[in-house]
Design a protein around this ligand. Structure first.
Ligand SMILES: Cc1ncc(CO)c(N)n1
Length: 228
């Protein structure tokens, strides 16, 4: 069994829990509140900004141009394409995308971003790919399952979202898995264990991110903005 298949197997309960989560089921049946969609987009916009920065950190650890190109393409994908699913949510919530940008991070988004930043700062290239992988992988599987199980027509409010994530043929997930399986061959047992730990923690945080949006999670103590 390849390392990436082993990772996917271990994470299976988390992948299933993500698919069953009421936010993801809300995408399936078109049943989400405006505030939930808005909270998700506010947090995900900042999350993807952090993701771009972490790709930059990954590039700083690349030894050859093939790896640099892989991350560079992903940066462009976030900047130019991944705005589409956000636009879909904004349209359904009847808000302008620009109005949802620049908000402070909620506790879970903060935790997920810090987790990735720590690994990017301290880890090897293989560890960085492991920590990033659940992001594309869980969305790809959600998209594919919603495509087959819901098979939405154009009147479905989240038709665009489901097609965007479910219809990826040149999936970055496949590329990341292949590269991780190569890198793990040169890794020590300790590094391999770390890769697994980072991957599984990111999977848990993917679940928590949906939960954060669904429950409109905020910091426990509300703070007034003091104008100076
Ligand atoms: C939190 C999160 N995970 C994964 C994706 C897919 O890129 C996303 N947009 N946001």
């Amino acid at each position: 069994m390849s390392f990436s298949v082993e990772l996917r197997k271990e994470a299976d309960p988390i992948f299933n829990a993500i698919f069953e989560h009421p936010f993801v089921q809300g995408i399936a049946n078109g049943d989400l509140k405006k505030e939930q969609l808005i909270h998700y987009v506010k947090q995900d916009f900042e999350y993807l900004n952090a993701f771009i920065r972490i790709y930059g950190m990954a590039i700083s650890k690349c030894k050859d141009r093939k790896d640099m190109e892989m991350f560079n393409k992903q940066i462009s994908f976030i900047l130019n394409s991944e705005t589409h699913p956000h636009h879909n949510f904004c349209q359904v919530a009847d808000v302008k995308y620009e109005e949802l940008q620049g908000y402070p991070l909620s506790p879970t988004a903060h935790q997920y971003i810090r987790h990735m930043l720590t690994v990017a700062h301290e880890g090897t290239l293989g560890e960085i790919i492991a920590v990033l992988l659940p992001c594309p992988w869980t969305y790809w599987e959600i998209g594919k399952r919603l495509l087959t199980e819901v098979n939405p027509d154009r009147s479905h409010p989240f038709y665009e979202w489901i097609h965007f994530y479910g219809n990826r043929t040149d999936s970055i997930t496949t590329k990341f898995c292949a590269r991780l399986d190569e890198l793990v061959k040169e890794a020590t047992n300790i590094e391999k264990e770390k890769m697994k730990e980072h991957f599984l923690l990111s999977c848990q945080l993917e679940y928590m991110f949906w939960d954060m949006a669904y429950k409109l999670e905020d910091w426990p103590v509300k703070m007034e903005v003091i104008q100076s």
